[in-house]
Design a protein around this ligand. Structure first.
Ligand SMILES: [Zn+2]
Length: 120
C-alpha cells in the first residue's frame, strides 16, 4: 500500500499551526481572537460578543488540555512520517486506512483496535 504521506504531513502541519494559535489565544485571554476568527471551534460561525465570555471559559476548561494532547499526537505522527511507520496501526501492524487518516491524520490505531479500546 502507498499512502500520500506528503499530503498528510501538510494536513498535520496545518493542524499543528491552528492548535498553537488556539492555545495562544487561550493563554492570552482573547488577544488573538479577532485575528484568528473562529479558531478551534471549526464551525465557521461568527462568535457573538455576548457569547465570547462563555466561549473563553470553555476554552480554558477543556480546549487547552485537549489541544496540548492533540499537539503531542501530531508531533508523534510527524515523527512516524519521518520514520516511515506512519499509517500503520501500533497494535496490530495493519494499515490504518487512508479514509481514517483523512478524518484523524494523527491516528495510531486502525478502526478495529480503536473500537476495541473504546469498549467499556
Ligand atoms: Zn489495529
Amino acid at each position: 500500500m502507498s499512502i500520500d504521506v506528503d499530503r498528510f504531513r501538510s494536513a498535520l502541519e496545518a493542524e499543528q499551526v491552528r492548535l498553537r494559535h488556539a492555545l495562544a489565544a487561550v493563554n492570552h485571554e482573547g488577544s488573538l481572537i479577532e485575528e484568528s476568527g473562529d479558531l478551534a471551534v471549526g464551525s465557521g460561525d461568527h462568535i457573538a460578543d455576548s457569547a465570547t465570555d462563555t466561549f473563553m471559559r470553555e476554552l480554558d476548561e477543556g480546549l487547552e488540555e485537549n489541544a496540548e494532547h492533540i499537539l503531542e499526537e501530531i508531533v508523534g505522527a510527524l515523527r512516524r512520517i519521518d520514520d516511515g511507520t506512519y499509517g500503520v496501526c501500533v497494535v496490530c501492524g495493519r494499515p490504518i486506512g487512508e479514509e481514517r487518516l483523512e478524518a484523524v491524520p494523527y491516528a495510531t490505531l486502525c478502526i478495529d483496535d480503536k473500537r476495541a479500546q473504546e469498549q467499556p
